[in-house]
Design a protein around this ligand. Structure first.
Ligand code: SAH
Length: 394
């Protein structure tokens, strides 16, 4: 018998619409106070079962795992993780010779809130964002081994930066299988060195895969500026598309070194590519006018929380205005926001204001988002975190 959370009157509305979170303010009382990570039953104010999930201290007090009155045991997790695997099979990602890195589990998008699993060749990298998923990681590891028929050679748990810290959870990153720390993966045939121990997030930004592919169509014989380049994903695509010159900018020296390595892996040393360890805002401001045909803006999340929303929108506006002012006539701007708190309309309005400040004709060519291996649970629209626009700037 699980401990129970009893909701305040009418606070079950969002659960009736299958939203997978309960905020602490919606809770009337507990039968007994749960500990972090414990599985709890959620009851309506008149004590009817409505859902079951992981309890957590904080504003999101419960992440719903099921709306059915079913046992949450190894069989249950196996079914959920297999479903995620089957979807990636359907997407053609599992046995793909050209693309060997993909997201296997995308939290709420795979009905596994609080859990991320990325696959890099024969390595799985796990990131738990909740105590509940953190406690399940050994079992998740066993299930991954079963599903991949023991073909995974390493499973790395990288939850120290993402799992909620409380005095009882001493989270260290560790190998649950093997100990390989990096590998070369393929994305549409392009090679990338991924180091999950040292890299950002799980090591690579898989969510830009399809957008990098689109960039390839626009770079022939052009001058390309890739800002916030990290491991140089967009730079590799730009060169693959036939760019005459690519400039990659990131404020982190480490990111610049990774970009350099990835360029060499794909094109050798003698290629028209230069790196700059610099602030992207000032780099763009100091750039020559009308020099770049294509500019990519893929900054980190400016708004991690709703409280930072106003400043974030201003930052998107400034950044986009700087790029729109500099780009060559008839240039192409790829601009992104990965802030969950900034919705599609607000991002678009920020870019709209930026265009208006520059008084240039701007048309939207593509509206971009995250790829299908980062699915959005329709009941959890917040899951659509990546927004992008490809603009034609006259
Ligand atoms: N476009 C990348 C992902 C970008 S992640 C890809 O396709 O993989 C964001 C990057 O922005 C990080 O590498 C971080 O080091 C860099 N960054 C953060 N602030 C910056 C700034 N002010 N100027 C330049 N780079 C910055």
């Amino acid at each position: 018998m699980h401990k129970q959370i009893i909701l305040k009157p009418k606070r079950d509305e969002s659960l009736k619409r299958f939203h997978p979170w309960i905020f602490s303010g919606a809770i009337a009382k507990y039968t007994e106070k749960p500990t972090d990570g414990e599985i709890v039953d959620v009851l309506t104010n008149d004590k009817l079962f409505i859902a079951r999930g992981h309890y957590q201290t904080g504003s999101i007090a419960c992440r719903i795992i099921t709306f059915e009155n079913e046992e949450i045991d190894e069989k249950f997790w196996f079914k959920r993780i297999s479903n995620a695997y089957k979807l990636r099979e359907k997407l053609g990602l599992v046995k793909n010779e050209q693309t060997t890195a993909y997201r296997l589990i995308h939290g709420e998008g795979d009905m596994l809130p609080g859990l991320i699993v990325d696959i890099y060749g024969q390595t799985a990298v796990i990131q738990a964002h909740s105590a509940g998923m953190l406690y399940e990681r050994k079992m998740i590891c066993e299930i991954l081994n079963k599903i991949y028929d023991s073909k995974l050679t390493a499973i790395y748990d990288k939850s120290s930066a993402t799992a909620p810290i409380n005095p009882d959870t001493n989270v260290v990153d560790e190998y649950l299988l093997g100990n390989k720390k990096e590998d070369i993966v393929l994305e549409y045939g392009n090679k990338f060195l991924v180091n999950w121990e040292e890299g950002q997030k799980t090591g690579f930004f898989l969510d830009q895969r399809e957008n990098r592919k689109i960039l390839e169509q626009y770079t022939e014989k052009s001058h390309v500026l890739n800002t916030f380049c990290y491991t140089g994903g967009f730079s590799v695509s730009a060169l693959r598309g036939g760019a005459n010159l690519v400039h990659s900018v990131d404020s982190s020296q480490k990111a610049i070194e990774l970009t350099q390595k990835n360029i060499e892996l794909n094109f050798g040393k003698n290629v028209n590519h230069q790196t700059f360890a610099d602030d992207a805002f000032s780099f763009i401001r100091n750039a020559e006018n009308n020099f770049y045909d294509v500019i990519i803006l893929d900054p980190p999340a400016f708004a991690k929380h709703n409280s930072a929303l106003k400043n974030a929108i201003q930052a998107y506006k400034r950044l986009n205005a700087a790029a729109i002012a500099k780009i060559k006539p008839n240039g192409i701007l790829f601009t992104f926001s990965c802030s969950q708190a900034v919705d599609k309309t607000s991002f678009r309005n920020a870019v709209f204001s930026a265009a208006a400040i520059c008084k240039r004709n701007v048309r939207i060519l593509h509206q971009l988002t995250q790829p299908a291996d980062h699915p959005v649970n329709i009941y959890h629209p917040e899951g659509e975190y990546l927004k992008g626009l490809v603009l034609y700037v006259e």
